[in-house]
Design a protein around this ligand. Structure first.
Ligand SMILES: NC(=O)c1ccc[n+]([C@@H]2O[C@H](COP(=O)([O-])OP(=O)(O)OC[C@H]3O[C@@H](n4cnc5c(N)ncnc54)[C@H](OP(=O)(O)O)[C@@H]3O)[C@@H](O)[C@H]2O)c1
Length: 281
């Protein structure tokens, strides 16, 4: 299979390693930065430096691909405004849609969206059939991008939209990210749920979508949502640090959406999680 990974960052690299180790595949990997070319060259057959909204460059990346995996992001964990989000997701997908008539061999698209498209469910479970109510301009861009990409679906082309939970894994481990909160007092009660997925399961689910020709929207989260207070407690205890305190006062103006994301569909598609619950805390 000839696969192009558009946006070969944290999860794209993990997918490239997995596909490279698995079977006969020809991999094209993209980055926006020339200085990343050397590190990506060891993971694929061809490396291209491009922004996906650059139509000629995207066409070059996709013109011989059977499958495209879109996992671009504006900058890992860095916070950016909604305009940068739109330039990264919506403009890239719009460009892809315009190119599709010239890409008849492209039979599969896998796209990493986010569980951020779901609204608040007062701690209840949500699945792919639940109402999506974007709570901010960023989530609106993500949902609009999903809707746009649905236009790429046809009898000849499948589209797998993967709504990812928050990603952790090597280099993005939870204790390092949250230890700074030890001993602080946070607003609210910390009872909202967070939903997680290990980087290797993101790569695994994308590979499964390619191999299984998935053609639907699927949540990619692990089995166990964590209340934020419980998670921080666990991290502080494991590191022998003072616990986080909760003020009980109303949290910030837009409190974190509280919902538990179901992975029942992911499991029913036959995917077995490598990390069914948070590991390495
Ligand atoms: N992080 C999370 O917890 C989380 C949660 C839910 C969903 N997701 C989704 O998961 C996917 C992968 O995230 P990640 O953590 O692997 O991101 P990442 O490490 O920041 O990698 C993003 C990749 O996209 C490239 N890129 C940036 N702008 C681009 C553009 N306009 N056109 C083409 N490529 C572009 C980057 O180029 P460079 O190589 O030059 O940096 C990089 O290779 C994203 O779609 C993200 O929205 C992430």
């Amino acid at each position: 299979m000839r696969v192009t990974i558009v946006g070969c960052g944290y999860v794209g690299e993990a997918l490239a390693r997995l596909l490279g180790a698995q079977a006969q595949s020809y991999l094209t990997l993209t980055t926006t930065r020339e200085q990343r070319r050397a590190e990506l060259e060891s993971l694929g057959d061809r490396v291209l430096v491009l922004k996906a909204s650059d139509a000629p460059a995207l066409k070059q990346a996709l013109e011989c691909a059977d499958a495209a995996v879109l996992c671009m992001a504006p900058g890992g964990d860095r916070q950016v405004d909604a305009g940068v989000y739109a330039a990264t997701y919506r403009d890239s997908i719009t460009t892809l849609l315009e190119l599709l008539p010239e890409l008849p061999q492209l039979r599969q698209i896998v796209y990493t969206s986010s569980c951020g498209v779901y609204g608040d469910a007062a701690g209840g479970w949500v699945d792919e059939r639940s109402l999506v109510v974007p709570r901010d301009a960023h989530a609106e861009v993500l949902l609009e991008s999903e809707h746009l990409l649905a236009q790429a679906r046809s009898d000849q082309r499948r589209v797998s939209v993967q709504r990812l939970g928050a990603i952790y894994g090597p280099g993005r481990d939870l204790s390092r990210r949250f230890k700074a909160l030890a001993g602080t007092t946070r607003p609210g009660d910390g009872q909202s749920h967070s939903n997680w997925i290990h980087r290797d399961d993101v790569a695994g689910a994308m590979a499964a979508a390619l191999a299984g020709a998935w053609d639907q929207t699927v949540n990619v989260v692990d089995d166990q949502p964590w209340r934020v207070a419980d998670l921080l407690d666990r991290i502080c205890t494991a590191a022998d640090l003072p616990p986080v305190q909760w003020s009980g006062a109303s949290p910030e103006a837009t409190p974190m959406a509280d919902r538990r994301i179901s992975n029942r569909l992911l499991r029913s598609l036959g995917y077995e999680l490598l990390h069914p619950t948070l590991s390495g805390l």
